[in-house]
Design a protein around this ligand. Structure first.
Ligand SMILES: NC(=O)c1ccc[n+]([C@@H]2O[C@H](COP(=O)([O-])OP(=O)(O)OC[C@H]3O[C@@H](n4cnc5c(N)ncnc54)[C@H](O)[C@@H]3O)[C@@H](O)[C@H]2O)c1
Ligand SMILES: O=P(O)(O)OC[C@@H](O)[C@@H](O)[C@H](O)[C@H](O)CO
Length: 469
């Protein structure tokens, strides 16, 4: 039986000074931020490690500390025409602090002047205000609440602030996080001096991340574990591609030289075009392929891309319906789309459609609905593939064919609408709490969705698609 990964097994691994506080150490953060810190360190450009703060009561503090912060990142895929199959022990997490059991140790991080950066990925649900958080809670439950407590301690010590770079897939994440911290500061009456310090001494950056990280390679774990020669509960697989767009001041690239380390990191004054491109052209097709693919019995992104009919669907959806709706030069967008399809075809990574399906209604709303509306407005017709996919999503939320994973209130809205099948399309499309607007106002949408659902039920998603691609 192989021994668990630890520094005892690898005493020569470097240990760098703590310079980053990182909220959350899920799969994504380990394969993205921590792996990138290691690449900078290796080239002598940074010399820093991250202290992880466990953001929720149940988390991975124990598992990570048990391995002395070490874990393996396996990169698998085809990148710029070359097959990449590499593995690396990442040694840039120094330790995990659990604020639920070590609140004073957590606040004491404020004392360390060498800690200059704060990063986070607490999922989209993490950047949220929690009305139950109070000044003096040990700890506040929300991530912004914990951050406020830490920042206030730093201020009270008369120290300089931090550069804060959240990685959550939330539009303008840095600004949203700052707004919630300011709200707590006001409600907790932390004073004008603190408000001023927050503003003047801290830099909240917005950022956009892109790297497909399916996580622990469950199906291959045993085989891989034997090959590694040690046991690693935190090993994570990732594609070789990455992009990190950071909107921040000019001096940041100097302070955090990710780009100089050869990483695909863009420091910019305006990240909007990058966000539009990624959310609509990568996350959008992911969300669109899920219902039709699952209704046809497909399980992974790769299976979709290997299936002639479904891969044609993905390409035509991207090229004919999504790309022309983006306010970016079309040739550039089409080339980006081609790269994305190469990533989707990655034969080494098992990216489950079921995992992408989580909270699909909210995802459709942000990733695809703006495209559908714009297309209808511009062309006077509905985008055929996107409309079929939307019908597939609504059908799949009946919950009888494929399990739906969404908030209870979303599931309840669908149960209610599906209880009257003859008026289902109209009822669900006019639900503003799901879509933020009354979608029955989009001309032709109700009859088109009704007809597509009928066709999907009669012929199945493959045949319905074959009529369009
Ligand atoms: N995995 C990917 O391919 C990928 C790529 C880009 C972005 N993302 C985004 O990153 C996020 C995390 O993905 P992951 O694969 O690391 O998942 P994960 O389940 O491995 O990690 C989730 C992390 O978020 C924390 N968390 C969960 N709910 C929270 C809450 N309410 N408040 C505070 N913290 C909370 C957990 O403690 C954990 O640290 C996702 O929301 C996803 O949108 C993922
Ligand atoms: O992570 P989600 O569940 O919000 O979305 C599923 C995928 O679209 C997403 O994880 C992408 O793979 C990722 O955003 C690529 O950077």
């Amino acid at each position: 039986m192989a021994e668990q990964l630890s520094r005892r097994l690898f005493p020569d691994l470097p240990a760098s000074p703590e310079r980053v506080i990182q909220f959350g150490a899920g799969n994504f953060m380990r394969a993205f931020v921590d792996w990138q810190l290691q690449q900078m360190n290796r080239q002598g450009l940074f010399q820093g490690s991250a202290i992880v703060v466990q953001p929720t009561r149940n988390g991975q503090a124990e598992a990570i500390n048990k391995q002395d912060g070490l874990f393996t990142v396996l990169q698998n895929g085809i990148y710029q025409g070359q097959t990449v199959d590499s593995r690396e022990i990442v040694a840039t997490v120094s330790r995990v602090v659990n604020p639920y059991t070590q609140f004073e140790d957590f606040l004491a991080l404020a004392e360390n002047d060498a800690l200059e950066f704060i990063t986070s990925n607490t999922t989209e649900a993490g950047i949220a205000y929690d009305a139950s958080d109070r000044a003096g809670d040990a700890p506040p439950l929300s991530f912004p609440g914990k951050l406020t407590a830490l920042l206030f301690r730093r201020y009270a010590l008369g120290k300089t602030g931090f550069v804060i770079i959240p990685c959550e897939l939330v539009d303008r994440n840095g600004e949203q996080l700052k707004r919630i911290v300011q709200r707590y500061a006001r409600e907790w009456r932390l004073g004008d001096g603190f408000m001023k310090w927050l503003d003047e001494e801290n830099t909240f950056c917005c950022s956009l991340v892109d790297r497909i990280v399916p996580g622990y390679p469950r199906s291959k774990a045993e085989e891989l574990g034997n090959g590694l020669g040690y046991k690693d509960e935190l090993m994570v697989t990732s594609e070789p591609y990455l992009l990190w767009v950071i909107e921040g001041p000019d001096w940041l690239a100097e302070k955090l030289p990710l780009d100089r380390a050869g990483l695909n990191v863009v420091f910019t004054g305006d990240m909007t075009p990058y966000r539009e491109r990624k959310v609509h052209l990568l996350n959008g097709p992911h969300t669109a392929m899920v219902p039709l693919g699952r209704l046809a019995g497909l399980e992974t992104v790769e299976e979709v891309m290997r299936d002639e009919c479904f891969s044609r669907f993905v390409r035509e959806l991207m090229e004919r319906e999504i790309s022309p709706m983006l306010d970016l030069p079309l040739p550039e967008v089409l080339a980006y789309g081609e790269d994305i399809r190469e990533r989707f075809r990655n034969p080494f990574i098992r990216h489950e459609l079921a995992s992408i399906s989580l909270n699909s209604i909210a995802k459709f709303k942000t990733r695809l609905l703006p495209i559908l509306s714009k297309y209808r407005h511009k062309n006077g017709t509905l985008p055929p593939l996107l409309t079929l996919s939307f019908a597939g999503l609504l059908l799949s939320y009946r919950g009888d064919r494929i399990p739906r994973q969404d908030l209870p209130e979303v599931a309840a809205a669908f149960d209610e609408a599906w209880s009257r099948p003859e008026t289902f399309a109209e009822n669900i499309l006019k639900n503003k709490s799901l879509w933020g607007e009354d979608l029955t106002r989009i001309p032709d949408l109700v009859p088109a969705i009704t007809e597509h659902i009928r066709e999907l039920e009669r012929a199945g998603s493959r045949e319905a698609l074959q009529q369009l691609v």
